[in-house]
Design a protein around this ligand. Sequence first.
Ligand code: ZN
Length: 408
Amino acid sequence: MSDEIDRNNLNFYQELAEDNKSKVVLMVLDGLGGLPLESGGKTELEIAHTPRMDALACESICGLHSPVGPGIIPGSGPAHLGLFGYDPVKYQVGRGVLSALGIGFDLREGDVAARGNFCTVDEKGIITDRRAGRISSEKNRELCKLLRKIEIPGISIHIETVKEYRFLFVMGGKNLSGEVSATDPQNVGEKPLDPIPENEEAKYTAELIKKFIDKARNVLADHSPANMILLRGFSKRPQWPDFEDTFKVRAVAIAAYPMYRGVAKLVGMNALESGDTLDEEFSILEKNWLNYDFFFIHVKKIDSYGEDGKDKDKIRLIEEVDTYIPRLLKLKPDVLIVTGDHSTPSVLKSHSWHPVPVMIRSKYSRVDTVSEFGERACMYGGLGPRIPSHHLMPIAMANAGRLEKFGA
Ligand code: ZN
């Protein structure tokens, strides 16, 4: 085990953590980080008129966090794990599991999940379209009903529509393994691959998957263009250190999208379904203030606007979030962290590798000279320009007085 992993071991923090009833809020503006809209100009966050967040920056220690590692473009799943204190390189989630989280499917211990595609094969069984002509979600639902009729002795099978040609495949039963290779060759002009066990224990699972695929081929035969399936990302729900045990808090996620409640639940947080508006999210926060000590509150659409290249909408929503800061402060959290999970610059219309502005406000924050919440300003903050995201949670917990002295 390398020194780095040793230092980041959550069990180490578990030994130091104590429950002192203080309250910590982590507010995540998804895809917050941006880039100048024109060369040398300002980013979305810098353009946004955010007097309340700027005032918070004056009372906080600021910086930029690096979600996964230098140059890595993070998905939202790993980026959130980092914010929760889990090194996303060490704590990796399989694609099948992420897919289940994305639609709010509760995986049980031992379940194996995979991402499914409907695809098109010709009469020789060769793939001609890996996405089945991008069938509608409605068609997908019809086909999932057919797949649900397939029975394989010894296991239960769950099939759920995700979107268009994508679906979720979950098998439940005893002695199942996620160590099975994908059946998607990633190319047209080839036949779907057989699921190959990656070790001896996975042999049984691979056989069951093969049986399922053979039956699916028959069931779908007359349903061209969606006359075959491809499965990849076989994975099990991971068994990781529990967030509540590690930091000795009662933790809750407030998020409108199932994916974020799912990632929070994956580390053992509770999750509350919230409405789509900021007002509803903050109402839930206020109503539950006495029931928990750690609150993760998630604002999704900033990322969506970045992905669509809608800089004006991204700016407007950041400004709207700013107006909710007084409601947060009224609750008097002992520690307040405001940040994003990763950058989604509207000029790139995608997630990016750039570090993300962060501020931590508490009675014990060593306040720096940053007086504006923005990318340039935070670069000169006390947390530094590139702190690993998974270091933020221990710092927040220490600021909350929740970590005891190490050694005599
Ligand atoms: Zn995100």
